[in-house]
Design a protein around this ligand. Structure first.
Ligand SMILES: Cc1cc2nc3c(=O)[nH]c(=O)nc-3n(C[C@H](O)[C@H](O)[C@H](O)COP(=O)(O)OP(=O)(O)OC[C@H]3O[C@@H](n4cnc5c(N)ncnc54)[C@H](O)[C@@H]3O)c2cc1C
Length: 466
């Protein structure tokens, strides 16, 4: 087995894939390692998909007040294989805040060059009008009645002449291009330790047969996602106390809404409208509403009998960009990361505001009953009902997040951040981090576009440095 490479990238999510592609394109010998298996991209949104492609089948949780269920991809392509494909560039006002907070200065020309390249390669585009599902247009009409800002969000999709869409995940885009440039991908390879000797980085991993093996490389890019990257670095003994600190995420609350009209159909996929009236602190939109996801949602409130009306049901979320933050820690004797997250008072107020506004919008859009993500047998028949409920009882709420970042932040001061502004460890310039961990804070919008643009920009800076 060949065991020495110039560059190794660990993790094939959006951050790892675009970095691997960029490095291989420049003619370097690159090995991309991925813990999960390789599957065809799909929009199944069912339990089999969760078992195959999600980390721990999606049952991971942050501890703190309140508990938050988080979901991550665990397959070739990472989160891009299971996500909704909603694309944003980071808003300029948020980018400026990051620069002040982390003592950074992003070269706009270079950053927008990366965004543009991503938009071309992922075919960022709007859904053909004829395909926009009723579950989506119904909230756009509700917003119109309320005078609220609402827009359709472009996605990484391409459509054939018959209107069949294919999500432009990493296995459809950057990974095949990486392989065409001579890159090597190894699946079912779980890295558990990074070690150093004078000449190389030594990557210890379990292979497909659970045997322990080693690879050696000159340069290492770690892209295991915002939870597993700091966990791996801590397990490997990296010293910076900022590794794993400052974790951010987008806590979300959901209502499943029952309408008089049909809003859902088999293989509907993800509706594409988002409410921008309360941005950047609160965002509102539609969630995956496949029959299996609806069943889970209705189960929360003991209302599963409504599943027979699934064509009239769709799930909607409100999510906040929180002030609070969390930590990722590696505890002795534990095989999994210990993840905590805590809200501030302002976060609780924003969450309550988001829930109220989501309820108001759904009733205005024609919903008859709302089933909340709350662990008690309850449903709401009017906005007045919602206003009376005490959402501050946080332990009752089933909150979740699919957006995680900022656990190994880049920053301009070695005394306050683990990574330098080019994305390598302050303590070791042969080790780069290239995933959601490096974000300075919540981007306030769906994060994949920003994660990829920063990872790409840093890979290009690395190429000019070496
Ligand atoms: C259900 C869902 C819907 C989403 N919808 C959207 C959306 O519409 N728009 C958007 O912008 N974002 C969305 N996201 C978020 C987006 O998918 C993530 O922000 C993005 O995937 C993060 O990329 P990443 O490179 O940081 O890490 P990840 O995508 O998490 O990739 C990390 C990879 O590293 C691998 N790995 C981890 N540890 C190891 C190890 N020790 N050894 C080897 N490999 C390892 C993992 O298996 C994984 O493949 C969604 C996420 C989910 C879960």
């Amino acid at each position: 087995m060949k065991n020495k490479y110039k560059i190794i990238v660990i993790g094939s999510g959006p951050g790892g894939s675009i970095s691997s592609f960029r490095l291989a394109q420049a003619g370097h010998e690159v090995l991309l390692l991925e813990e999960g298996g390789s599957y065809k991209v799909s929009d199944r949104y069912d339990t089999q998909e969760m078992t195959e492609k999600y980390k721990n089948s999606g049952t991971t949780m942050t501890l703190g007040r309140p508990l938050i269920n988080y979901a991550e991809g665990n397959c070739v392509g990472g989160g891009s294989e299971i996500n909704s494909g909603l694309y944003h560039r980071i808003p300029e006002e948020i980018l400026s805040k990051w620069e002040n907070k982390n003592n950074l200065s992003f070269d706009r020309e270079e950053l927008y060059k990366s965004f543009k390249d991503i938009e071309d390669n992922l075919n960022i585009s709007y859904m053909p009008d004829s395909l926009i599902p009723r579950a989506s247009s119904i909230i756009s009409e509700g917003c119109e009645k309320l005078g609220w800002a609402c827009s359709e969000i472009p996605r990484w999709y391409s459509y054939d002449d018959d209107g069949n869409g294919t999500k432009q995940s990493m296995t459809e885009t950057y990974i095949p291009k990486f392989i065409n440039f001579g890159g090597t991908l190894k699946t079912h390879t779980k890295v558990f330790k990074i070690e150093k000797n004078k000449k190389s980085n030594i990557i210890h991993f379990f292979d497909q047969d659970k045997k322990i093996q080693k690879y050696f490389c000159d340069y290492l890019f770690v892209a295991c996602g915002a939870i597993n990257t700091p966990f791996l670095l801590q397990k490997s003994g990296f010293k910076s106390r900022f590794i794993g600190k400052g974790l951010k995420l987008h806590p979300s609350f959901k209502f499943t809404a029952l309408f008089d009209e049909k809003v859902n159909f088999n293989k509907m996929g993800v509706p594409v409208h988002q409410v921008k009236e309360f941005s950047p602190e609160i965002s509102i939109g539609c969630s995956i509403s496949s029959k299996q996801y609806l069943a889970n949602a209705l189960n929360d409130t003991n209302n599963i009998e409504f599943l027979k009306e699934w064509e009239n049901l769709a799930t909607y979320y409100c999510m906040i960009s929180p002030e609070g933050s969390g930590n990722v820690r590696s505890l002795k004797y534990f095989k999994s990361p210990f993840v905590t997250f805590n809200f501030t008072k302002k976060d609780i107020t924003n969450l309550e505001r988001g829930i109220n506004n989501l309820g108001k919008l759904l009733f205005k859009s024609g919903a008859k009953t709302l089933f909340p993500s709350i662990q008690e047998p309850i449903s709401f028949k009017s906005h007045e009902d919602i206003k009376k409920y005490n959402f501050k009882k946080l332990n009752k709420l089933n909150l979740m997040t699919i957006h995680l970042f900022s656990s190994v932040q880049m920053g301009g001061a070695r005394s306050s951040f683990a990574l330098n502004p080019e994305g390598h460890l302050w303590e070791d310039d042969s080790i780069h981090i290239s995933d959601g961990s490096i974000l300075s804070d919540s981007p306030s919008v769906n994060p994949q576009g920003t994660i990829m643009a920063l990872a790409d920009m840093n890979a290009r800076k690395f190429l000019s440095r070496i």
